[in-house]
Design a protein around this ligand. Sequence first.
Ligand code: AMP
Length: 542
Amino acid sequence: MLGLMQSQQLLISSLIDFAERHHGEGEIVSRRVEGDIHRCTYRDIAKRSRKVANALAGLHLAFGDRVATLAWNGYRHLELYFGVSGSGQVLHTLNPRLHPDQVVWIANHSEDQVLCFDMTFLPIVKAVHARCTTIKHYIALCDADQLPADTGIPGLQSYEAWIAKQPESFTWPEFDENSASSMCYTSGTTGNPKAALYSHRSTILHAWAGAMPDALNMSARDSVLPVVPMFHVNAWGLPYSAAMTGAKMVFPGPAMDGKSIYDLIENEKVTFAAGVPTVWQMLLGHMQQGSLRFSTLKRTVIGGSACPPAMITSFNDLYGVEVLHAWGMTEMSPLGTVCTLKNKHAGMDSTQKMAVRMKQGRGIYGVDMKIVDESGAELPWDGKAFGDLLVKGPWVIKEYYKGEGGSPLVNGWFPTGDVATIDPDGYMQITDRSKDVIKSGGEWISSIDVENIAMAHPAVAMAACVGMKHPKWDERPIVVVVKKPGAEVSRQELLAFFDGKTAKWQIPDDVVFVDAIPLGATGKMQKTKLRETLKDYQLPTL
Ligand code: AMP
């Protein structure tokens, strides 16, 4: 017998309809490429998204055609999020931090038809447009009078001119909720990039679960600052969760430096901010220099790479801001786990709580996890056994776009490429990427543990632990370190700092000081590149 409830399709257009009706006055604040602060409301975004839909209809695209963006976090990008997906086209957020050749490869692979870009990225578009064989329409996200003459880009028009003449009314089409809504190419894989293709259904369910109290805890009382870019896994779904809850949104545009972010947090009374550790490092540095305080910020979600415990402590102890350590990946839309405490932790002292907070967190409803050994046998949730982390759920990838790489699933589970433990309370802790694990004398050493200890030293800005071939132990860890500006620490001092913090055999054999550690297009340390730069390195004979 079937249930007798309505079966309304879960479509992205419903989010902006809801926000307009219930939170029409809700504010959307953006620092623009133009340099100023722009203010509008959900009502304005809804109206302009419908204008986008009408403008797209005028381009006579087919259902499911890709409309690409090369854009910072801002209100126009938000309008495209709703306007493009809402009309049945697929929003393809290109990552402007990629090399232009990669942008060309990706745009051709996804067969983008339209490219909407911030003026900051005009040089990239100039460099690539002749090689992007499928793009027929170029839209610059600016006013008509800011469009430079003679760009050489065929048919280039300004976004404002493009939507100005369009009517404000548009009836969003109804279609199957499993239709594709947006796509994002992952940077985490080797070989050519592969795309995760999200559906309306996966996006709505993900946004719903992400907004819940034990996940990001979003509400109409929040002022939300996504520093995490809208070009990387849809800014962790925040634009959707915000519309679903009516939260105020604050967009940083291109300015990610500590001062700009701090000013936005204070001026816009931000209560919740989301970003990767490198961004928060800059913010904390700025605050420490100026002895600044937060007046409204309550919590921050940190993910994308392991959040050093020293950062959790700084936010918590110095500034009274709760850190939600979170883990996920492009293939997971991205949210997998968020670290929030349970009722049983309430009475614990801060050291015991910290031991929990350092972990990547508990699976949110909808994400099922398991860890397995090399033979695929499931390992216990005892907080000690570690193995390959596998996940499944309605917002986890089934297959890459165009079937690239074949089926990634193992008996219905997606192998994340991360190595982790899970404790009896369900808290998962990543020990490594499977390709980064260090095996020394038959024992595993977690590069993340080594990095976390190094990062706790006051003179260390960034640390990367890599394994080096060793004649006796197979591999030994070394730690590559960038010092904070003006700070000093010697190799001996830093190695001594590890004493008592980890087993002796897990202490790195050497410290290599560098000016910078290579970062990828999504702010993650690129250990493969780092290893290349260290190819002539010799371990010291101890
Ligand atoms: P991406 O698809 O580019 O978002 O990268 C996903 C990968 O980033 C994951 O598979 C992890 O290796 C890493 N990652 C994300 N969040 C965390 C975290 N909180 N701690 C450690 N690694 C993380």
